[in-house]
Ligand binder design. Sequence first.
Ligand code: ZN
Ligand code: ZN
Length: 156
Amino acid sequence: MQHYRGIKLLNSVDMSSLKHSQAVDKLCDRLEKTGYVLIGAYHSSSKKIKGKCNNGHEIMITPNNFVNKETKCKHCFYLNRHANLVREFESIVKRHKLTQQEPFNFRKGVLQGLKEKYLFTCPYGKDHWLSPYKLVTAVLFQCYCGKCKTLGGKSK
Ligand SMILES: [Zn+2]
Ligand SMILES: [Zn+2]
């Protein structure tokens, strides 16, 4: 096993070849920039290697794609997406002064949990069963209790 800039390389990787050493250098640059680390050893620029993202998720890294397409950790991507969805939903809830009557249930996973419907009430007591996912991605919320409407609920 060879070691180079903090990563392991298989002995078969010929670092005297400019092509290989450049590819490895680019990989190391990108690792340093992103904070990702390799767990497995490097075979070639197209072979997947086990690694970890900067948030500690285990992922498979394909050096070529990681360097050229700047591929990122899928887990982080989805977590981010879900966090954004929740944030957006919360801003709608706030804007319409809704009260959440039950906590989100993420036991079946975050996305599944966000697709479920939960009970909310408007300031005048009207019930609304809302799916955070749907509300953010597909539906424009409006309470029709007759009183909320006068608040001009469509402020965007
Ligand atoms: Zn991650
Ligand atoms: Zn209302």
